[in-house]
Write a protein that binds this ligand. Structure first.
Ligand code: F6R
Length: 247
């Protein structure tokens, strides 16, 4: 695991965008796994800037998002589909048919999960997967006690996740209780993983993810077993690691 500590959120976002940009330049038809949430917003705006400056092109890029709320339509402003359009897809030259996000309105969830896994396989697998981390150690929506062998599946969100994500909704009651998420196995099959975390509320989880026991109780701890993980932190998220000088 490579650990990079950035001065602040802006530097973290620039470093993450540069890693994704270099993946895109070296392999213009890369398959990227993408995340939502507050953490990658800065990374997406840096990628949009690099695209506008003509440093990178998304014309042959294929994307797969980690997750989508169950029951939300693509036009719902709280859906991850909407989030991705707003923060990235509407501002770059990606082809519509190359964008993949689980269908939160699928009639048959089991078939939808199977279809999603097959689409990832058909695309040749994920070259670089971008991840955030939940305050409870989740990656994607793989909540504590998830099975490490899980592929894309329907998940029930943890109370902590519902509480954390309520900041994006009018009130907590509106947060969907279920989501479709890539599984831990899907994530672990990615060739490279880039995990971002900022803020003091992530510090203990980051410490445990890097130094703690590998256990489904802390889903992100499984990343200790992946051969190519880069973790980019701001000083606050890195503060429990102690070995780093906090900028
Ligand atoms: C988002 C996702 C989640 C978030 C995590 C952190 O697609 O899968 O695992 O990365 O909940 O969210 P933020 O960045 O809002 O703290």
């Amino acid at each position: 695991m490579r650990i990079v500590v950035a001065r602040d959120y802006l530097e973290l976002s620039k470093k993450a965008a540069n890693m994704l940009a270099s993946q895109i330049i070296l392999k213009p038809n890369s398959v990227l796994g993408l995340a939502t949430g507050a953490t990658p917003i800065g990374t997406y705006s840096e990628l949009v800037r690099l695209y506008k400056e003509e440093t990178i092109s998304f014309c042959d890029i294929i994307t797969f998002n980690l997750d989508e709320y169950y029951g939300l339509d693509v036009d719902n402003k709280q859906s991850y589909s909407y989030f991705m359009k707003e923060h990235l897809f509407h501002h770059i030259n990606i082809k519509k048919e190359n964008i993949h996000i689980p269908n939160g309105k699928a009639q048959d969830i089991f078939l939808e999960c199977k279809r999603y896994e097959a689409a990832i396989k058909d695309a040749g697998g994920i070259d670089m997967q971008l991840l955030g981390i939940g305050r409870n150690g989740h990656i994607g929506f793989n909540e504590p006690d998830v099975k490490f062998e899980a592929m894309t599946h329907l998940v029930t969100l943890d109370e902590d996740t519902i509480g954390a994500n309520s900041r994006f909704f009018k009130d907590k009651e509106q947060v969907p209780r279920q989501a479709i998420s890539m599984g831990i196995k899907t994530i672990m099959h990615s060739r490279k993983i880039l995990l971002l975390a900022n803020g003091i509320e992530k510090a203990d989880m980051i410490y445990e993810m890097i130094n703690g026991k590998i256990t489904p109780e802390l889903p992100a701890s499984v990343l200790q077993l992946h051969p190519d993980v880069t973790v980019i932190l701001d000083g606050n998220a890195a503060s429990a690691l102690k070995i780093y000088e906090i900028p």
